[in-house]
Design a binder for this molecule. Structure first.
Ligand SMILES: Cc1cc2nc3c(=O)[nH]c(=O)nc-3n(C[C@H](O)[C@H](O)[C@H](O)COP(=O)(O)O)c2cc1C
Length: 376
């Protein structure tokens, strides 16, 4: 079905196709029987796929990455398509528009996208209220990503921290987990917040705010793939020291290395974050490093170039507890989360595993070197 629709959607500019696709999901979002039918057709539910982490139960390890549903307009529909969690946002304390168009580009030869949207969203308070109203119909854990408002400078740091706190307070009662986005390349200076001395007070302020609540609320930090190994270790150390629940790795990259798309085209597109297939190998190494640094109890969410059962399993085998997809969903279509889940079940059956953990460890086949070494 999507193979018929995709050429039509891809004939339009990416922003228009995104709007059309979101509009097409309206009936799934608002009409419960249609949603139930979509869920029955797309979502795969099998206890062997369950992942328990951060005190939450994820029905499958395959989630939706931040940025696709920035305003929480279609969370119930997206969950019905088979995602095991949805990360909504990124929201900011102040409502803000996108960077000037064009700001979203397809690189079909690379199965990639470049975007410089810059957190367009209706504001954390508005989006938080919407998530609250729809939460019961979503049925899978809901993460909300928070970022810094464009108009708020990084200096003085207290101002930037207060801006994050405002967003945090607006979403903390409706989210199952919150992701602190300090890694988008499209908000000026944002990524400087990954530096240890800046991350420390930011994480401390958010953790202190989270502790005021009765219910524990897991906080994660989302990091860029462009960090050096030392910088990855440093931000992980800060996350651990502050008591964060985990790390989402990775955001989009500013690198343009190794692309099939002609250099003139890349030049014409200009600045922005690259996502999709070319990101996979870097994201895998970042996830591996993050897992080693964070230890086994932290939650590590692997994102970047996942578009198949193989890439999802590779992400799990380098240490991710959960994976997320964005660009793969655009290229492969709405059946992707279900098809990855079914693929994981097939692999379990082939390898005699009865859970994701066993599949990842290569439990049933200790002679299978790739599987055994991955989660060491
Ligand atoms: C158009 C677009 C918008 C995005 N917006 C956000 C965002 O608002 N917040 C965020 O944390 N990540 C955002 N991302 C990054 C994705 O969540 C993800 O980390 C990245 O695209 C790599 O995954 P992928 O290769 O599966 O797309 C965006 C990505 C794309 C392509």
């Amino acid at each position: 079905m999507y193979s018929v629709l995709r050429p039509l959607l891809f004939a339009l500019d990416p922003t228009t196709s995104h709007k059309l696709a979101m509009r097409a999901l309206a009936s799934v979002e608002y009409v419960a029987p249609i949603r139930a039918a979509v869920r029955a057709a797309y979502a795969v539910r099998d206890p062997r796929l369950e992942v328990r982490k951060m005190g939450l139960v994820f029905p499958t390890p395959v989630g939706l990455a931040a940025g696709l549903d920035k305003n929480a307009e279609r969370p119930r529909a997206l969950a019905a398509l088979g995602f095991g969690h949805v990360e909504l946002g990124t929201v900011t304390a102040e409502a803000q528009g996108p960077n000037p168009p064009p700001n979203l580009f397809r690189l079909p030869a690379d199965r990639a996208l470049v975007n410089r949207l810059g957190f367009p969203n209706e504001g954390a308070a508005h989006v938080g209220a919407r998530v609250g109203a729809r939460r019961s119909g979503i049925g899978v854990p809901v993460g909300v990503s928070i970022g810094k408002s464009r108009s708020v400078p990084l200096e003085p740091l207290e101002g930037a921290i207060e801006d994050y706190l405002k967003s945090f307070r607006a979403v903390m009662d409706v989210a199952d987990f919150v992701v602190v986005n300090v890694s988008s390349p499209n908000t000026k200076d944002l990524r400087a917040l990954q530096a240890a001395d800046v991350a420390r007070p930011l994480f401390a302020a958010l953790v202190a705010e989270a502790k005021k609540r009765e219910r524990a609320l897991p906080l994660l930090v989302k990091i860029a793939p462009d960090l050096s190994d030392e910088a990855i270790d440093a931000v992980c150390d800060e996350a651990k020291a502050a008591g964060l629940a985990g790390v989402v790795a990775t955001n989009t990259t500013i690198s343009r290395e190794g692309l099939e798309t002609p250099a003139v085209e890349i030049e014409r597109i200009g600045a922005g974050g690259l996502s999709g297939k070319p990101l996979l190998s870097r994201s895998l190494s970042v996830v591996k490093r993050v897992r080693a640094r964070m230890g086994s109890s932290a939650c590590v969410i692997g994102v970047g170039g996942v578009d198949s059962t193989e890439s999802a399993l590779a992400m799990l085998r380098v240490g991710a507890d959960l994976v997320q997809v964005y660009t793969g969903f655009i290229y492969e279509g709405p059946a992707l989360p279900g098809s990855i889940a079914r693929g994981l079940l097939r692999r379990m059956e082939a390898e005699g595993a009865t859970s994701i953990a066993e599949l990842v460890r290569g439990h049933a086949h200790p002679t299978n070197g790739a599987a055994v070494t991955a989660r060491a």
